[in-house]
Design a protein around this ligand. Structure first.
Ligand code: ISE
Length: 335
């Protein structure tokens, strides 16, 4: 059986997912795409071998031919599209964020609970990366004892003019927020943000780098050094310090070249490259889960908790102080 999928948004991530669904994923077919940019949508439909083209994502979601929806439009549109999916009870893989405010996430949580069954998976692909999975296995096997600290680095070669200071938390560090919650099985309860010396390579509206300090409900300290104009490539690192040892996220595989008294390894260009296999595994897992009627990936609760932390970061940045994260009690539905 083939799952008929509609893809909302044909920009960078949408186009990448359409390519993936059409060439790598088994048991899926892209039957419809939508985008405000009609020309771009048409090109995307061609790469999918001739899908229907919509200008309005809500119309695509309501199309009877569409059985499941992948949302890859800009973040501020996610909540409304997800709510429409819930309205017509279609399973959805929503790229992060689930919504840009915690309040909107809560509307989605309520609608999903009212639907009575899990229909939403949020696109936190790092949970599908083999390196993060190995790291989680090491922690769960107790190999380094109880974790006490996590040190993360998140670096992008550069970002466009449209990337503003608040996106550091909302667009980039959300990945560390989600993946450390998942690695530790703990919620983040407080955030402090520091603004170190600004790089001369950042555009005028952007504070870069930024330094995040998180505290979990069990007192683990997580630091994330974000630097989105590092110039040299896409670099994500994570070290967990336990009571009896440490564990590092493995570096991506690549050919080590030693020549002319030097030694080099390639650095990925961006996240599509670094996490390509993770995205493939994520989307296949979602397609298989929908087929079985059991979605098991990152839930709407994870979408809510990460957005709530990211939102707290933005306020902590504005107010220049440590702030606690206010989370609702986790509904039984998500336990
Ligand atoms: C981007 O939006 C992503 O989702 C990437 O995974 C992240 O690493 C990057 O920093 C973000 O800008």
């Amino acid at each position: 059986v083939t799952l008929r999928i509609g893809v909302v948004g044909t920009g960078m991530m949408g186009a990448d997912h359409i390519r993936r669904l059409s060439t790598i994923i088994s048991g899926a077919q892209v039957v419809a795409v939508s985008d405000l940019d009609g020309e771009q949508a048409k090109r995307a439909a061609e790469t999918a071998g001739g899908a229907r083209v919509y200008s309005d994502g809500h119309d695509l979601i309501r199309d009877d031919q569409v059985e499941a929806v992948l949302i890859a439009s800009p973040g501020f549109t996610h909540a409304e599209y997800t709510l429409t999916c819930l309205d017509v009870r279609k399973p959805v893989l929503c790229e992060k964020p689930l919504a840009t405010t915690a309040e909107d996430c809560l509307r989605v949580l309520e609608a999903e609970q009212a639907a009575g069954t899990r229909l939403i998976q949020v696109g936190f692909m790092r949970r599908y990366d083999s390196g993060y999975r190995d790291l989680k296995r090491v922690l769960e096997a107790g190999e380094i004892g109880t974790p006490v600290q996590v040190h993360c680095r998140h670096r992008n070669a550069s970002v466009p003019e449209s990337y503003t200071t608040d996106m550091g938390a909302k667009d980039s560090v959300v990945h560390e927020i989600d993946v450390t919650r998942w690695l530790l099985g703990q919620e983040i309860v407080a955030a402090t943000i520091l603004m170190p010396r600004r790089t001369s390579y950042a555009h005028a509206n952007l504070q870069d780098p930024q330094f995040f300090l998180f505290e979990t409900d069990q007192g683990v300290l997580i630091d994330v050094a974000l630097f989105v104009n590092c110039q040299y490539g896409y670099d994500v690192r994570c070290e967990v310090v336990g009571e009896t040892g440490t564990a590092d996220l493995p570096e991506p595989a690549g050919v080590h070249v030693r020549r002319a008294l030097g030694h080099s390894v390639p650095v990925p260009a961006d996240w599509r490259d670094r996490f390509a296999t993770a995205y493939d595994t994520e989307v296949q897992d979602w397609v298989d889960g929908v087929g079985r009627g059991a979605i098991t990936g990152p839930s709407a609760w994870d979408g809510y908790a990460t957005t709530a932390v990211a939102e707290t970061c933005v306020r902590a940045l504005d107010e220049g102080r440590r702030l606690e994260v206010e989370l609702i009690e986790k509904p039984a539905f998500y336990r």
